[in-house]
Design a protein around this ligand. Structure first.
Ligand code: AKG
Ligand code: FE2
Length: 226
């Protein structure tokens, strides 16, 4: 399931983050790629301990926690601290699948990358190319969103970033371990949650809403891992 989250960050926050990203120290992104991905990766990234990245990352994680669509779609158990990249002058990231397990920096814990997210920090008219192309069951989805918007997609999917041939594409990318590992089950739970919200808005009988809400929680109880 591929979900777009509009306005995750408001324009004033995006402007402040952009200024910090433009002034930050960027390093070769190939250095953090796995053996296979290193061959197809050409971009730049912030160091994992960069203070600007840590500040903006905390803003992102905070905004995710207050976003009902992200919470309902990703059902997060743990979010890896957000990372940051930039592409320009033909830089790109060829087709790959992300690592399944990531070490949480500075902690013994590891997370499973059930859900991938990109938050855009450049507007589409600022650069040419740079689409995030995600293969799903319906074919290729080409994603290029306004700054402050995010896309959430299954960690299991093959994806790439097309070459940026004009301007600069700034973004944040990170992984979430979900309470529900399987993307199909998460999609069913999201559908049911949205349907229940719509029933409530339409003034439906409270007993029916309670019954369906009970089904939601019982499915979550059956499928969740803590
Ligand atoms: O830049 C992006 O939107 C995605 C980056 C990516 O796929 C990765 O770093 O694994
Ligand atoms: Fe990736």
């Amino acid at each position: 399931m591929l979900i777009t989250i509009p306005d995750l960050l408001p324009p004033d926050v995006v402007r402040q983050c952009r200024a910090e990203l433009e002034a930050a120290r960027w390093t070769d992104g190939g250095l953090t790629a796995g053996h296979v991905a290193a061959h197809v990766k050409s971009n730049r990234q912030l160091a994992l301990d960069d203070p600007a990245g840590a500040r903006i990352g905390a803003l992102i994680v905070d905004a995710l926690g207050r976003n009902p669509l992200f919470m309902s779609a990703a059902l997060p158990a743990r979010i890896l601290p957000p990372r940051f990249n930039r592409y320009e002058g033909g830089e790109h990231y060829g087709f790959h699948i992300d690592n399944a397990i990531f070490q949480v920096p500075g902690e013994p814990a590891r997370i499973r990358s059930d859900v991938s997210t990109t938050v855009f920090f450049s507007n589409p008219d600022e650069y040419e190319g740079g689409e995030l192309v995600i293969q799903d069951t319906y074919g290729e989805q080409r994603v290029k969103l306004p700054a402050g918007h995010a896309v959430v997609y299954p960690g299991t999917s093959l994806h790439r970033v097309d070459p940026v041939t004009r301007g600069v594409r700034y973004g944040s990318f990170f992984w979430t371990q979900s309470l529900v590992r399987d993307d199909g089950r998460r999609a069913l739970l999201l559908d049911q949650d949205i349907a229940i919200q719509r029933l409530i808005q339409s003034g439906a009988d409270a007993e029916i809403v309670a019954q369906l809400t009970g089904v939601y929680h019982n499915l979550l109880r059956m499928w969740s891992e803590l």
